[in-house]
Design a protein around this ligand. Structure first.
Ligand SMILES: NC(=O)C1=CN([C@@H]2O[C@H](COP(=O)(O)OP(=O)(O)OC[C@H]3O[C@@H](n4cnc5c(N)ncnc54)[C@H](O)[C@@H]3O)[C@@H](O)[C@H]2O)C=CC1
Ligand SMILES: O=C(CO)COP(=O)(O)O
Length: 308
């Protein structure tokens, strides 16, 4: 247990509320801010030693600019828990925070963390990542408990990308289950999906090894095997014949994989990357093809070595 910290949590959705609760249970002074709530952002930020953002990707830049308009202690640590990519710059949420606050430490928090299970006090583990081990350790101590095991990792890009890229694979996994393609197909999809995540991650500066940890493989397994995942739900319902518009209209919360997929298509063009699963998910989301056609396209690609 660490000394009690003053913590501002921005974003009172499913994940922000759950993280606020974890920190409160550990005895920290937590304020939970959202644009619809009653608390003034200025008051919430005033004495904050840690500012954690659990804002959906689409709101991160606006909120970062808003935060910038208020005075902060120079020692304040930012923590980002958003799993998405910026459509404007193709950058990650931590890159947005770091650009706006170049003199502050930015720590990434990501892992197999379906919030509904954590809210039910089921055990889970996560990763806090930063090159600055002292700051990562501070955040580790804030959230660690007998129900929530927190690891540190120096590879913040890799940890952040693991949580972000698996959302696209979770849409694909939902399609796989929605079409009742079986256990072998699912295993093949997740394994090749992980290879694709590593391929993207490497060009974006991540360590390959990180993808085999909690924030990569761990989150891939959790999200691709659970109907609690909004991204999985998107894929599952597409396979059952619903349109994306219908699905998103009834979905509780944010399915970041939908936008992430579009940004990954931009990145793949810029970097000349082969990302077949992401490409088929993209075409499916754009209603260019049916789930069955997406499957056929993947199965009938040129045969090749597993290592490429
Ligand atoms: N729910 C979960 O199990 C987990 C979610 N995440 C990630 O956390 C992020 C948030 O997810 P949830 O809390 O589930 O989503 P949510 O939809 O429940 O909440 C999103 C929050 O972002 C705020 N927001 C959205 N656009 C905004 C804007 N333009 N300006 C200000 N605030 C804005 C909303 O008001 C809300 O407070 C996502 O990136 C998600 O991938 C990460 C781990 C677990
Ligand atoms: O990131 C998550 C679990 O780690 C939550 O997944 P969804 O956003 O698909 O619900």
């Amino acid at each position: 247990m660490t000394t009690s910290k003053t913590i501002a949590i921005l974003g009172a959705g499913a994940w922000g509320s759950t993280l606020a609760n974890l920190a409160s249970l550990n005895g920290h002074r937590v304020s939970l801010w959202s644009r619809q709530g009653n608390l003034a952002l200025e008051d919430v930020l005033k004495d904050a030693e840690i500012i954690l953002s659990a804002i959906s990707m689409k709101g991160v830049r606006d909120v970062a600019l808003l935060v910038k308009s208020y005075p902060l202690s120079p020692d304040t640590i930012f923590v980002t828990a958003t799993k998405g990519l910026d459509p404007k710059t193709t950058g990650t949420p931590s890159q947005i925070w770091q650009t706006e606050f170049p003199n502050h430490s930015v720590v990434v928090l990501s892992g197999p963390n379906l919030s509904e299970e954590i809210a039910q006090e089921l055990p889970a583990a996560t990763v806090v990542a930063s090159k600055n081990l002292a700051d990562a350790t501070t955040v580790q101590l804030v959230f660690s408990s007998s129900k929530f095991r927190v690891y540190t990792n120096p590879d913040s890009v890799g940890v952040e990308l693991g949580g972000t890229l698996k959302n696209v694979m979770a849409i694909a996994a939902g399609v796989c289950d929605g079409l009742h393609l079986g256990t072998n197909a699912k295993a093949a999809l997740l394994t090749r999906g992980l290879t694709e995540m590593v391929r993207i991650g490497r060009v974006l500066g991540a360590n390959t090894e990180t993808f085999y940890g909690l924030s990569g493989l761990g989150d891939l397994l959790a999200t691709c095997n659970s109907s609690l995942s909004r991204n999985y739900q998107v894929g599952y319902q597409l396979a059952r014949g619903k349109t994306l518009t219908e699905i998103l209209a009834s979905l509780k919360g944010t399915a970041e994989g939908v936008n992430t997929c579009q940004v990954l298509m931009q990145i793949s063009q810029q970097q000349n990357l082969t990302i077949p699963i992401t490409e088929q998910v993209y075409r499916l989301l754009e209603a260019e093809i049916t789930p069955q056609k997406a499957l056929n396209e993947l199965m009938l690609r040129d045969i090749k070595s597993e290592y490429h």
